[in-house]
Design a protein around this ligand. Structure first.
Ligand SMILES: *Cc1c(COP(=O)(O)O)cnc(C)c1O
Length: 390
């Protein structure tokens, strides 16, 4: 298999870009309107229709979306925000922007999502918000998290970077919590190259995010002083340069059109994987709760280390030799020098994340993957597991 004629090289991700996306971007270029404009407005409208959210504000990353969401709730120095350890650093760094404290907590080792008991234990009088992360695209326990938040007067800001589209008890992610932040980074389920979106039901927050994403410039000033000409504006806050461009929004419009189809393909691939690994004693497929549907941004297997004579890193190397490129989502935040040193994280407080981290491998799953490629990945994983079976 290593060198033979049947050898394949399967990337971890391959973008699905067709003539639709190309036409949208060329259209922006020909129109001469390059930055935020009509396509961004259209993308936001379509995103509201798709998710059922009242307001959608396009920005240039999910990191910017999370930052603006925290600005909207008025996060201050020394406030605390509860986040899971099994996430990308963006979830934590945005809290640090305010000199506030990301309170990093453990996860449920089955779903890799934030643990409810860990949230409750972490609440103090300084806690202002919870940022649950829908790992791999599987929604967190949102009803329970909402109950905790209501009891303690906290805001819930979903990190839905993986969760487009995903469903919780029949409702689509994007119109459930106070605010939801999406990512359109190159590898995500909908890609604009770089990009992000905040959705919210709250008019006041929506207006604030709209201002802050473009230098804190008041839009009302334009209306009020329109008689004096369009050159006039007023800066009402210290904002940011976080707006989306129309070229990126064009990509978003084209991708949103085929999102349902792309999700169905991911779901098919996930089903094939789970069918193959579900009966294995050596590989544990992802656990998805009955009342929710995953976006399948990631397909994360866990190795049964008790039955295998190889560790996670070794397994990844073996797969790479066979041409199968994988990844790990994530190296838990508490293991990174910055979070460990700045917030005194101890591995023993994260026993479930530690357990999971030793075992997880993210397999390739993307809409452009062929059936042959899926079969090849299944074979590579199964053969490797069998070879190292104790
Ligand atoms: C990708 C990702 C982000 C950051 O998204 P950007 O659009 O790159 O800023 C945030 N949180 C999680 C869980 C992610 O996977």
């Amino acid at each position: 298999m290593d060198e033979g004629p049947d050898h394949m090289e399967i990337p971890f991700h391959r973008a699905y870009i067709t003539e639709d996306e190309i036409a949208e971007v060329v259209d922006s270029l020909r129109s001469g309107w390059l930055t935020m404009g009509p396509k961004t407005v259209r993308f936001e409208e379509l995103f509201c229709l798709y998710t059922g959210a009242r307001h959608a504000l396009a920005v240039n990353s999910c990191t910017a979306a999370l930052h603006l969401a925290l600005r909207a709730i008025g996060l201050r120095q020394d406030d605390e925000v509860i986040i899971p350890t099994m996430t990308f650093t963006a979830t934590g760094e945005v809290v640090c922007y305010f000199n506030a404290k990301p309170v990093i907590v453990d996860i449920d080792r089955e779903t890799l999502n934030i643990d409810l008991g860990a949230i409750e234990r972490a609440i103090t009088p300084k806690t202002k918000a919870i940022i649950p992360v829908h790992h791999s695209g599987q929604p967190c326990d949102l009803d329970e998290i909402k109950t905790i938040a209501l009891t303690h007067n906290l805001t819930v800001i979903e990190d839905a970077a993986h969760a487009l589209p995903a469903w919780y008890k029949g409702r689509k992610i994007g119109a459930i919590s106070d605010m939801t932040c999406f990512s359109f980074y190159a590898t995500k389920t909908l890609s604009t190259g770089e990009g992000g979106m905040v959705t919210t039901e709250n008019e006041e927050w929506a207006e604030m995010i709209k201002r802050l994403r473009l230098h804190g410039i008041s839009r009302d000033a334009w209306k009020r002083y329109s008689a004096e000409g369009s050159w006039y504006y007023e800066v009402v806050d210290a904002g940011y340069k976080y707006n989306m461009t129309d070229m990126n929004a064009g990509l978003g419009i084209a991708q949103l059109n085929k999102l349902e189809w792309m999700w169905q393909r991911r779901q098919q691939i996930a089903e094939k994987y789970t069918e193959a690994f579900g009966t294995s004693e050596l590989i544990m497929p992802p656990v998805v709760r009955d009342d929710r549907i995953s976006a399948w941004h990631l397909y994360v297997i866990k190795l049964n280390l008790e039955a295998l004579g190889i560790d996670r890193s070794g397994f990844i190397e073996e797969l790479k030799k066979k041409g199968v490129h994988t990844s790990v989502h994530f190296i838990p935040l508490h293991r990174h020098p910055f979070y460990r040193d700045a917030f005194g994280c101890e591995a023993e407080d994260f026993s479930h994340a530690e357990w999971a981290y030793e075992r997880i491998i993210s397999l390739p799953i993307f809409p452009a993957m062929t059936d042959d490629e899926v079969r090849y990945v299944i074979d590579a994983v199964s053969v490797t597991a069998q070879r190292y079976k104790r």
